[in-house]
Write a protein that binds this ligand. Structure first.
Ligand code: PCD
Ligand SMILES: [Cu+]
Length: 806
């Protein structure tokens, strides 16, 4: 081929590396070469180190804190206690859930690992010595770790609000009660259930766990007293929200606060909330006039930062004899720990749990959630679904299995019989959500075919017979799940965090030579935004993704946004990116028309250029247009080529998926082996299939961890039993199975490019798939419900209790 020949249209499209391209992740060059810049890499001149004295008790009165000896330790400069923070009104701080939380122990401690005092020293070793020298007089109090018991007990956990009968989410009926939140028609639901031919009832527990990112939480606060500017580097999933909160709490004007989220080593929801470490570092920097760093160790992270789940879900599901679901009732007892510090949109104290009707057309439903205080760490609702969709999906997918048992019906058939049909979308659920789009039957049939479902069931039946004959000790479980996710909060009219509406944003500058920078209100923690958002833009404005820099996480430069969690970046900031791109394109069209000396309407966009309609040889490329925007006076058009979009999504997006897990279980040892895991995801328009596959692999591995072993456990006096990797299960390559990924593509009708989120989906759908496989292996022997995690001992115990050990 002649070097001079112009690229074909296909080559031009491919050259953009836009939508649908499995573009390699641009951020990986620095990550794989140790050139990332994480919070702990931030080293400022004269920087000090702060760390916490933490409570060894789960519930105790703090009668005295003596700091004299600590202050004598070489290198220790200050020890902050609640008394020091009180004059600044910073000894307590508001939580995202409308509650308040102690920054440092104020008269008592409420969970093991709670922050009691903050020691500031020249380095982390001196701080550790200082911590050891702080003397605290504790007087132990009775401990409540069980939420059901907490609601009956005379022991008052939150003395600060003991007499308050109204909380942030309505009436409190007991001193350890936080709220009762209800959705749906309870009377109609009860009636449907009472008059039903078949009812299945079950208590489904989704245990307490923890997102445990590789990098723990931390920050560096630096108060420059000369120019009055506070800079805070930190592991923040929502940097702008942190800036606003810091301003409101400290009284420092918001323009004088700069929050920077540098590279983040995994967030998974753990880094959404505001922690005492941030407040104490800021105060310490103001007091000492020096930068102060605080970095958690692994135990701190597992003991004191945002846990996930801990939902006791009591369900009733009713159906006709032939398996048509007629009603769903759910009551949740939600253990929120010592403070209600969940990171949900204000109006939703149980997040989006009322998506618990799942993928099914259920005529009536009711859900009631009781939030309860206990002597455990606060900060729930994280871990690859910040808004309780994981709990909801687990609940309904377990209830479906239990109903299938009750009906004596195949669980795949029961699902298919009740799916919302493709022609029912947009579909409004009994609990009020408007599902934007979906095609569940197509996905389900594809999944069942891919694994040869009928063949598997035959094999399973043969296995059961062989087991009964004593020819094998291994059972076969087929774990089915069809989940519906709900991601992309806003809209602003329903969703806010601390009053800030949940929109998101993108600002684009196209440079004269035809490359560009785009800044967003979100922040990648490993998801690959620098790669994928450039792809959205490449397809919108015809500039190659390789020529577009994506920048996030610096509040001095990025437009205001609500941050990255709840798989909202693609649905919201991704939409803002497309919309801002369209503004660039609109202006480029005027410039092109001027340059081509035709009317605006006579040019049209084609991949990377504007062409004169009907005369494709007459065109201006985006690079030429960008240059003209800066070097020519164009009548009626401002110089430059920039745009900004603040996007308020009209609705959330509803990704879905069909997962099937095939598991072998050794009845005598409780050891499982995952023979096959098939995951079909539908996240609408796919931006980068390779990134999506990576997201799915990561999320499934976290799901495996949660379902098969990971747990935050406490003993009866509130000792945290799982605060190290000796006890807290993190799967390695050894435990991780091979996954087969697949997809269908049902675009979101309201998203500018039809994309839905995907990051959370594999965890939402993965946990029930693994757990259902365990249950299914024992279905023939009468198992209905066994609580997670299904570690080896608990699986052995299931077999034992079913009498399978002879
Ligand atoms: N359709 C579609 C969708 C999506 N995509 C892609 O993928 C990713 C993701 O996305 P999304 O879904 O939108 O999401 P985002 O927002 O971005 O993110 C978030 C998520 O993400 C996930 N993933 C991950 N990865 C990593 N690596 N790291 C991390 O940390 C993490 N985290 C996790 C979580 S948990 Mo939460 O926070 O609990 O709420 S939520 C979450 C990005 O890149 C994007 O672009 C594509 O491509 N396509
Ligand atoms: Cu979610």
């Amino acid at each position: 081929m002649n070097d001079q020949s112009p690229p074909t249209r296909e080559q031009r499209v491919a050259g953009l590396k836009g939508l649908g391209c499995s573009r390699k992740r641009v951020e990986d060059a620095r990550f794989t070469q140790g050139k990332g810049n994480y919070v702990d890499d931030v080293k400022l001149p004269g920087m000090l180190f702060g760390d916490f004295v933490r409570s060894p008790y789960a519930h105790a009165r703090v009668n005295a804190i003596r700091t004299e000896e600590a202050l004598k330790v070489p290198g220790v400069l200050a020890v902050l206690t609640a008394k020091d923070l009180e004059p600044l009104s910073l000894h307590w701080m508001p939580t995202l859930a409308g509650d308040k939380q102690m920054v440092l122990a104020d008269g008592k401690v409420l969970f093991q690992g709670q922050e009691v005092a903050f020691v500031v020293a020249t380095d982390r070793y001196a701080a550790a010595d200082g911590i050891a020298a702080v003397e605290v007089d504790y007087e132990e109090l009775p401990v409540l770790t069980d939420p059901f018991e907490a609601l009956q007990s005379d022991v008052v956990l939150r003395e600060d609000i003991a007499d308050q009968t109204e909380g942030a989410h309505g009436a409190r009926r007991h001193h350890n009660h936080i709220f009762l939140w209800e959705e749906g028609d309870e009377a109609a639901t009860n009636q449907a259930i009472e008059s039903a031919e078949v009812v299945a009832e079950e208590m489904v527990y989704y245990h307490r766990t923890h997102p445990c990112p590789l990098e723990t939480c931390g920050c560096v606060a630096s108060m420059d007293k000369v120019n009055g500017k506070l800079t805070v580097y930190g592991t923040f999933q929502a940097p702008h929200v942190v800036r606003t909160v810091a301003s409101l709490l400290s009284g420092i004007e918001e323009h004088n606060i700069r929050v920077i989220s540098p590279d983040i080593g995994g967030g998974f929801g753990n880094k959404v909330g505001v922690y005492p470490g941030y407040v104490c570092s800021i105060v310490a920097s103001i007091v000492t006039g020096k930068p102060v760093k605080w970095i958690e160790n692994r135990m701190d992270n597992l003991m004191a930062t945002a846990f996930a789940r801990d939902y006791w879900m009591k369900g009733k599901i009713s159906a006709t004899r032939d398996g048509k679901i007629t009603g769903l009732h759910c009551h949740v007892t939600a253990d929120h720990g010592a403070f209600d510090a969940c990171a949900d949109p204000t109006k939703f104290p149980a997040g989006f749990f009322h998506i618990c009707t799942g993928s099914y057309d259920i005529p009536v439903a009711y859900v009631g959630v009781d939030g309860v205080y206990t002597n455990k760490a606060p900060g729930g609702v994280a871990y690859r679904c910040s808004f309780r969709v994981t709990e909801a999906a687990y609940f309904i997918e377990r209830m479906i299995e239990v109903l299938a048992i009750e009906l004596g019906m195949d669980a795949a058939e029961l699902r298919a019989k009740n799916f919302i049909r493709a022609d029912q979308f947009p579909y409004t659920s009994a609990l009020g959500w408007e599902y934007d789009s979906g095609d569940y039957h197509t996905a389900w049939d594809k999944a069942l075919k891919a694994v040869d479902y009928e063949g598997l069931r035959r094999e399973q039946a043969e296995r059961v017979e062989a087991f009964k004959r004593g020819e094998t000790r291994k059972l076969l479980g087929i774990g089915l799940t069809h989940f519906t996710e709900i991601v992309g909060a806003g809209p602003v009219k329903n969703c806010d965090i601390l009053g800030m509406g949940m929109f998101d944003s993108c600002e684009i500058r196209v440079h004269p030579t035809g490359s560009a920078i785009a800044r967003l209100g979100t922040i990648s923690q490993g998801q690959g935004h620098a790669t994928t958002f450039a792809q959205i833009l490449a397809s919108e404005i015809g500039i190659p993704a390789d020529s577009i820099t994506i920048e996030e996480g610096d509040t001095d430069t990025a437009p205001y946004g609500l941050g990255t969690y709840g798989s909202r970046s693609t649905p919201v900031a991704g939409a803002a990116t497309a919309m801002a791109g369209r503004k660039i394109r609109a202006k480029a069209q005027m410039i092109a028309a001027y340059l081509l000396e035709v009317h605006d309407d006579d040019v049209e966009f084609d991949v990377d250029r504007f062409v004169v309609k009907g005369a494709p040889e007459r065109f201006k490329t985006m690079a030429e247009i960008a240059y003209a925007a800066y070097n020519q006076a164009i009548p009626g058009v401002e110089p430059g080529l920039e745009a900004v979009s603040y996007y308020d999504p009209p609705n959330m997006t509803y990704p879905f998926g069909a997962y099937i897990c095939v598991m072998e279980i050794d009845v005598d040892t409780g050891v499982h082996e995952i023979r096959q895991f098939y995951a079909l995801d539908d996240c609408g328009t796919r931006i980068n299939p390779m990134v999506i596959e990576g997201q799915v692999h990561g999320g499934l591995t976290e799901a495996l961890a949660i379902a098969m072993g990971q747990e935050i456990a406490y003993d009866e006096i509130g000792n945290h039993k799982t605060a190290t990797f000796m006890d807290f299960f993190i799967p390695t390559a050894w435990e991780t199975p091979t996954y087969t990924t697949d997809h269908t593509e049902t675009p979101s009708p309201h998203h500018p490019i039809g994309a839905k989120g995907v990051g959370e989906s594999p965890n939402v759908g993965g946990v029930p798939a693994f757990s259902n496989a365990v249950h299914d292996a024992f279905r023939a022997f009468g198992l209905r419900q066994a609580h997670m995690p299904h570690d080896q001992w608990r699986v052995w115990k299931i077999a034992h209790d079913l009498g399978l050990h002879g």
